[in-house]
Design a protein around this ligand. Sequence first.
Ligand SMILES: [Zn+2]
Length: 460
Amino acid sequence: MRERDRRRLLKSAPGVLLAVTLPGVHGATLIGVRVWPSPDYTRVTLELDAPLPATHFTTSDPPRVVVDFEGIDLTAALRELVARVRADDPYIAGVRIGQNRPGVARLVLDLKHAVDAQVFALTPVGDYRHRMVIDLYPLQPPDPIAELIAQNAQNARNTSAAQAARTARSTVGTRPAAPAPSAYPDPIDPLAQWLRERAPAPAGASSSARPESGPSQGVDRVITIAIDPGHGGEDPGAIGPGGTMEKEVVLAIARRLRDRLAAESTWRVLMTRDGDFFVPLATRVRKAAAVSADLFISIHADAFTSPEARGSSVFVLSERGASSVGARWLANQENRADQIGGVNISGVNVRVTDRDVSGVLIDLTTAAQIRHSRRLGTAVLNELGRLGPVHKPSVEQAAFAVLKAPDIPSLLVETAFISHPQEEEKLRDPLFQDQVAQALHAGIRHYFRAHPPGPRGAPA
Ligand SMILES: [Zn+2]
């Protein structure tokens, strides 16, 4: 049921650029062409009802990726792609289609700069048929720490602008809506300090939104929170009866949580994705580890087997087995994200998956991670309970791949069940989205107040 709905919705979703049926010479049909631009990488997906032999090569001067689709004439359908690539795509400057020779359609991607191109096929999964994927990665992967600092400088600027706007409004009689005062005194930020020393700040950039030091009261350094909006890109997550996509509402909630945290100098925030693109599960974990996150919180709003299921629930990793049938079912659903989203089996992503995520090698560090995560989860669940009845009164456990960072307390929050018509309605409501963000914020604050993190590099 859901899968058919998902296909229908994918065809009408933003980012879906073409959904046409064009019989090929040998009976293959192009079902859709989609483009997912993002800062991490740009993905072009061609979906067909049969496998399509293709070869590719790259040129560096000028930078291009050339893909030949063999034994089929898709030229007319592919031509639709030309107009659909966005001018602000970080990697693609333009697309050209031609008939290279009889029965061979040639797709040329003119690039803004040289890329690491990965072209691969995906076999049918979920409601997807055969997919041919072209991923364009930067040759030099961005430095996650530098990105984090830059992102947070931007957040701080946005926050002060928003505060100024609120203050201005409050002087004309509206109720002031200033954010809650920081839970902690302004903390030391050794990471930012180190970065400033390493490289001069760009002209005009705020050198730091945070003081170098402050009175120590439990927490004496900036705490890094990795916020992980579930799904994205080719993976819409669950889809509600009214057509709401999980990937969209969880990104909205994640951004609200980010903005709330960014308003306080205690926190530095990393978003594992801040746009509509697919991020493999292992990459989410790796991004958090790269910035030595003190907490990883994955935000979801899944469907459930029963449409009556409602309320929030909070999950942590399990050492073995799941705490309930429902938790196991959900973990299985979530762990399919890589197949639905589309990971290159022969590419870099899966090598990381093998090392970090697949295979359950739970050691003592992970046992401590789970212990901390349970405490954190309880604090968050208590706050979510103020919003309405929770789905389960205690933190649940299962083998979620995305929670497997061995030394980062990690939570997966099901904010509501998108399969429940009323909850779907709420998930779309900015007020409810903000209430959830507020509850997550309060839970995180309570946890770190009770369990201040140790020195950077040591487990919390
Ligand atoms: Zn989900």
